[in-house]
Design a protein around this ligand. Structure first.
Ligand code: NDP
Length: 448
C-alpha cells in the first residue's frame, strides 16, 4: 500500500495538470486531500477503487453563452456555468453565483466543497455549483430579469427537482431566484421545487433567507460551549453585508454579542456602539447602496476604504462572510495579536491555508466553512422536502430543524476528528466525515 502522502501528491499532480489555471480549485482539492490522509490510511479499499481519482473529477461541466439586451438596446454576452460534481448521495445541489470574477475554476472549487458539506448535513443531496460572470451591481431590474431569463433558457435542460436543484449565492438573492424560477416554469410548464431560496408566495421555505447566517451562529455557539463560553458580551467582526453576513449579525446580536464592524467590497464600517442592523439592511437589501452610506446616517461611526482593513479591528470573534481568500496569513496574525478567540467561516474558503495554520497554531477555535456554513444548503434541502410534500412548515419548525442539524454537524465533526487522531481539528473532522459517507456510497454504487 502506497503511503497516503504519496497517493495525495500523485492525485494533486493530475488535478493541476488536467485543470490548468484554476488556482482556487487546486487550493480546495489540496486542502481536502491533505486532511483525508488519516482516512486514506484506514481505508485502503477507497484508494484501490479509485474513489479519490473519481471524486476530484466533476461528473459533468456545462458552459454556455448567455446573450441579453441591456437598457440601451445593446447586445451583451456573458458566460454561464453549471458544474454537476457528484450525485452519489442525491440530486446535485449548490448555489448560483453572479459576479464578474466567476470562472470555471471558481465554480469547480465551490462545487467540490459542496460535495462534503452536503454530505455532512445528513440529507440526501449531491454536490454542484453554477453561475455567471454577469455583474448584477449597477444593473436595472429589467436588465437583471432579461439576463436571468436568458440564463435559464439554457440551464433548464440540465436541472430538475430530482436532478439538480440550484439556489442563490453571491449576487443571486430573492430577486434573481424569482426571475429564474418564472422562466423555468414558463419553458417547462412544471411547478416543482427546481430552485431553492424561492419567495414565500411561490414555494419558498420560511427561515431559508436567514439559514446560512443563523446556522453559522448555532455552530459557533457549540464551538464556544466546548470552551465554556457564550456569545454574551462578545465583540464580533463580520465581513460582508450580504445575505450571510446580515443574518449572522442578527443572530449574534440576539444572543447578546455586539457587532462592531461590517464591510462590502469597497470598504468597512466601524461602530463602537454596535452596528445598527436595520440601517445595513435598508442600505444593502432595499436601496442596494454601498455600505459607506451608513456613516451619513450614523455620524459617530467610521468608514474606511478597502475591505481587508476590517481584520485590523479588535474583536473576540471574527466571522468572514464575504468571499474566498479574504483572510490571508497576515490578516490572521493581526486578528490573533488583537486577541481573537474564535473564527467561524460563513463564506466559502474565506481563509487561506496560511491563515488556517495561524489560527490553529495559536489555539483559536476555528470552524471551517464546510461545517459552519452548511445551514443554508441544509435548509434548502428542507425547502425541497416541503415542495415534494406540498406543505409548508412554520418558521419555528424550520429553525428548530436547522439548529438540530448544526448541532449534529458539530458533534459529527468533533467525533470523527477524535476517531481519526486529530482531536479538536474541525477542518480534518469535517472533511473526513463528509468524505466517508460519499466514499462508501460510491463504493456501493460501483464504477460510476
Ligand atoms: P451576497 O451577494 O448576498 O453578499 C456578498 C457580500 O460579500 C457583499 O457584502 C459583497 O459586497 C461582499 N463581497 C463580495 N465579493 C467580495 C470581494 N471580492 N471582496 C470583499 N467583499 C466582497 O452573498 P452571500 O451572502 O450569499 O454569500 C457570501 C459568502 O457566503 C460566499 O462565499 C458564499 O459562497 C457563501 N455562502 C452563501 C450561502 C447562502 O445561503 N447565501 C450558503 C453558504 C455559503 P458588495 O455588495 O460590494 O459586492
Amino acid at each position: 500500500m502506497e503511503s497516503s502522502k504519496k497517493v495525495v501528491s500523485e492525485i494533486m499532480e493530475q488535478v493541476i495538470k488536467r485543470n490548468p489555471n484554476e488556482p482556487e480549485f487546486h487550493q480546495a482539492v489540496l486542502e481536502v486531500l491533505e486532511s483525508l490522509e488519516p482516512a486514506i490510511e484506514k481505508h485502503p479499499e477507497f484508494v484501490s477503487a479509485g474513489i479519490l481519482q473519481r471524486i476530484v473529477e466533476p461528473e459533468r461541466q456545462i458552459i454556455f453563452r448567455v446573450p441579453w439586451v441591456d437598457d440601451n438596446g445593446q447586445m451583451q454576452v456573458n458566460r454561464g456555468f453549471r458544474v454537476q460534481f457528484n450525485s452519489t448521495v442525491g440530486p446535485y445541489k449548490g448555489g448560483l453565483r453572479f459576479h464578474p470574477s466567476v470562472n470555471v475554476g471558481i465554480i469547480k472549487f465551490l462545487g467540490f466543497e459542496q460535495i462534503f458539506k452536503n454530505s455532512l448535513t445528513g440529507l440526501p443531496i449531491g454536490g454542484g455549483k453554477g453561475g455567471s460572470d454577469f455583474d448584477p451591481k449597477g444593473k436595472s431590474d429589467g436588465e437583471v430579469m432579461r439576463f436571468c431569463q436568458s440564463f435559464m433558457t439554457e440551464l433548464y435542460r440540465y436541472i430538475g427537482a430530482d436532478v439538480d436543484v440550484p439556489a442563490g449565492d453571491i449576487g443571486v438573492g430573492g430577486r434573481e431566484i424569482g426571475y429564474l424560477y418564472g422562466q423555468y416554469k414558463r419553458i417547462t410548464g412544471l411547478y416543482h421545487g427546481v430552485l431553492t431560496g424561492k419567495g414565500l408566495a411561490y414555494g419558498g421555505s420560511l427561515a431559508r433567507t436567514e439559514a446560512t447566517g443563523y446556522g453559522l451562529v448555532y455552530f459557533l455557539e457549540e464551538m464556544l460551549k466546548a470552551k465554556r463560553q457564550t456569545l454574551a458580551n462578545q465583540e464580533v467582526v463580520i465581513s460582508g453585508s450580504g445575505n450571510v453576513a446580515i443574518y449572522a449579525a442578527e443572530k449574534v446580536s440576539q444572543l447578546g454579542a455586539r457587532v462592531v464592524a461590517m464591510s462590502d467590497s469597497n470598504g468597512y464600517i466601524y461602530d463602537s456602539e454596535g452596528i445598527k442592523l436595520d440601517t445595513v439592511r435598508q442600505l444593502k437589501e432595499v436601496e442596494r447602496k454601498r455600505i459607506k452610506s451608513y456613516v451619513k446616517i450614523h455620524p459617530s461611526a467610521q468608514y474606511h476604504e478597502g475591505s481587508n482593513g476590517i481584520w485590523s479591528v479588535k474583536c473576540n470573534i471574527a466571522l468572514p462572510c464575504a468571499t474566498q481568500n479574504e483572510i490571508d496569513g497576515e490578516a490572521a496574525s493581526l486578528l490573533v495579536s488583537n486577541g481573537v478567540m474564535a473564527v467561524a467561516e460563513g463564506a466559502n474558503m474565506p481563509s487561506t491555508p496560511e491563515a488556517v495554520k495561524v489560527f490553529q497554531e495559536n489555539n483559536v477555535l476555528f470552524g471551517p466553512a464546510k461545517a459552519s456554513n452548511a445551514g443554508g444548503v441544509a435548509t434548502s434541502a428542507l425547502e425541497m422536502s416541503q415542495n415534494s410534500m406540498r406543505c409548508s412548515w412554520t418558521f419555528e419548525e424550520v429553525d428548530a430543524k436547522l439548529k438540530d442539524i448544526m448541532i449534529n454537524i458539530y458533534r459529527q465533526t468533533t467525533r470523527v476528528a477524535s476517531e481519526y487522531g486529530c482531536e479538536g481539528n474541525l477542518v480534518k473532522g469535517a472533511n473526513i466525515a463528509g468524505f466517508l459517507k460519499v466514499a462508501s456510497a460510491m463504493m456501493a454504487q460501483g464504477a460510476v
